[in-house]
Design a protein. Structure first.
Length: 265
């Protein structure tokens, strides 16, 4: 942990201070996971937060083989308000957990270069807006958790290119509208969780092409109408949750849906 801040206290509200502080929180958490890295000694040799942060940046650049060999980072409950830009140096990451922090803004290129990443968890943060290109290049991504944030809208092509994605959760957000082609191309998707949002309408071909989909949860929304062709082509769908929606004629629809879907509620 930082030992002294000194005159740097006058810069508490500046962007540079927040950037440096989050890098220190990030590194302290990593040090606890990988004690053999001996990063804490570098921190303790410097007496100001900014110097500590600069020393860490120098160490990360000088020890790329060590950094790139790390495949999993568990950064849940790390106290982060930002994702340090240095995360892009960890190019060997397969699993990145950033759950349960206070992250609000995410730079568009923050995950650039993490082409090995298979699991990304950002749940229980304060994210309101997702940049259009935030997941661009994550071609190996299989598991994406965005639940329990404050997301209100999704850019039209935000999931484009995630051809390996199998599990996607957007639950417990504030989403009102799902663009027609938002899930287009997610041909490996098996589980899609959209419960507890503010969705009112579903485009008729919203789920078209999700040929591997097995579980779909739309419960606790504001959906009033189910288009007749909404679930057409979802031949592997086994579980459909429509609970707590004001859907017109749902009692008549349930027996029909249960003819082809094992569990509907």
């Amino acid at each position: 942990r930082p030992q002294k801040i000194g005159s740097y206290e006058s810069l508490l509200q500046t962007e540079q201070f927040l950037t440096d502080k989050n890098l220190l929180l990030f590194i302290n958490h990593i040090q606890n996971i990988f004690p053999t890295l001996n990063i804490r000694n570098i921190v303790e040799e410097n007496d100001s937060l900014h110097n500590q942060a600069e020393a860490i940046r120098t160490w990360l650049r000088a020890n790329q083989p060590t950094v790139q060999a790390i495949t999993r980072l568990e950064l849940s409950h790390a106290g982060l308000t930002q994702i340090p830009a240095e995360i892009s140096l960890f190019t060997g990451l397969i699993d990145l957990n950033l759950n349960n922090n206070a992250i609000k803004h995410i730079p568009a290129n923050i995950f650039q270069g993490l082409i090995q990443l298979q699991r990304l968890s950002l749940s229980n943060n304060r994210i309101q807006v997702l940049p259009l290109t935030i997941f661009q290049g994550l071609i190996q991504l299989r598991h994406l958790n965005l639940n329990d944030n404050q997301i209100q809208a999704l850019p039209l092509t935000i999931f484009q290119g995630l051809i390996q994605l199998q599990w996607l959760s957007l639950s417990n957000n504030r989403i009102q509208v799902l663009p027609l082609t938002i899930f287009q191309g997610l041909i490996q998707l098996q589980m899609l969780l959209l419960y507890n949002n503010r969705i009112q309408a579903l485009p008729p071909s919203l789920f078209q092409g999700l040929i591997q989909l097995q579980t779909l949860s739309l419960s606790h929304n504001r959906i009033q109408v189910l288009p007749p062709t909404l679930f057409q082509g979802l031949n592997l769908l086994q579980c459909l949750n429509l609970f707590n929606n004001p859907i017109e004629g749902l009692n008549l629809l349930l027996p029909i849906l249960r003819q082809t879907i094992n569990t509907v509620y």
